[in-house]
Design a protein around this ligand. Structure first.
Ligand SMILES: NC(=O)c1ccc[n+]([C@@H]2O[C@H](COP(=O)([O-])OP(=O)(O)OC[C@H]3O[C@@H](n4cnc5c(N)ncnc54)[C@H](OP(=O)(O)O)[C@@H]3O)[C@@H](O)[C@H]2O)c1
Length: 280
């Protein structure tokens, strides 16, 4: 597994395992299989209602907890000082661990749904900074933050976010957000790297995959890595869990990268950070 160093000095794998919609027994087994296949970075969230299953999958895998980088997220309705503290404790309990490796604000409070959205994000962040100082969280970051949300947050932060996890896949990869984050030392993590399956059947991706003797999924994941971003595909199918690991033995050319970068919009979730959801 390849690792990258975050702005806080911690190292995390460039390839991780997504768990959205992987719940109950299916989720437990998928996490167990992913760890046994070689993944060491897991991505869950309080909102996914599967932290318990992810925790059980880790225990069942037999991989020592300290070898696993666990990401979980604070849901937008729990922003605020006391709420963040409580939500964090709940996540720890559900995952059955005593620290979190990477804790993210899942969605920014925004002007559409919080009277003082800047304060709501800043209050949550202050708690996360304190928890990090106490050793309960190793790295802190955000998700779905646009430059406007980051600029506001950076006014009051002691710690610059280590990561911004954003929608990033062929057909929707937010280059402006990426370059803003780069210029502030914030690593990019790509969610829905396969656009939840909507990348399949695209002729450009298929021809690049054919040329390299790889699958469309592997090409999409490799493309994310070559953008120096971290990638967290989800699958509950063992063969695909394994397939998605095999992305370190080939290189996309500059032309391949450009062809994928230039694909027209495809598979966008429709979830805009400054508008969605429109109420708390
Ligand atoms: N921060 C956020 O707001 C946010 C939002 C969305 C997602 N995420 C995170 O990012 C992770 C990944 O995103 P995602 O789950 O939305 O979508 P995704 O990883 O782009 O796509 C998952 C879908 O692709 C299928 N798939 C996976 N590998 C495949 C392969 N090799 N060949 C064919 N099909 C394949 C899976 O099917 P099977 O499972 O049936 O195999 C599943 O239906 C999530 O699980 C979650 O952890 C974060």
């Amino acid at each position: 597994m390849h690792y990258i160093k975050l702005n806080d000095g911690h190292e995390i794998p460039v390839l991780g395992f997504g768990t959205y919609k992987a719940k109950e027994e299916e989720g437990i087994v998928a996490v167990q299989e992913a760890l046994q296949a070689g993944y060491r970075l897991l991505d869950t969230a309080a909102k996914y209602e599967n932290e318990e299953h992810v925790g059980k999958g880790i225990q069942k895998s037999g991989i020592p907890r300290e070898e696993v980088i666990i990401t979980t997220k604070l849901w937008r309705e729990n922003l605020g000082y006391e709420e963040t503290k409580m939500a964090f404790e709940k996540s720890l309990k559900k995952l059955a661990v005593d620290y979190i490796d990477l804790y993210l604000i899942h969605w920014p409070a925004n002007a559409k749904n919080y009277a003082n959205w800047q304060q709501a994000n800043a209050d949550a962040w202050r708690v996360m900074e304190d928890l990090q100082a106490q050793g309960k969280i190793k790295s802190i970051g955000v998700s779905n933050f646009w430059p406007e949300h980051l600029e506001a947050l950076l006014q009051t932060t002691r710690v610059v976010p280590a990561i911004n996890q954003i929608e990033f896949h062929p057909g929707y990869w937010q280059p402006e957000v990426v370059s803003f984050c780069r210029s502030h030392g914030i690593a990019i993590q790509s969610w829905s790297p396969l656009a939840r399956g909507k990348v399949f059947g695209n002729p450009v991706l298929e021809s690049i995959a054919l040329k390299h003797g790889k699958t469309v999924s592997q090409v999409c994941l490799r493309w994310v890595l070559q953008h120096d971003a971290i990638v967290i595909p989800k699958s509950t199918t063992l063969a695909r869990i394994q397939e998605n690991l095999l992305i370190f033995d080939f290189n996309l050319s500059e032309q391949d990268m450009h062809a994928i970068d230039s694909l027209p919009e495809m598979g966008f979730s429709g979830e805009l950070p400054n508008e969605w959801p429109d109420r708390v």
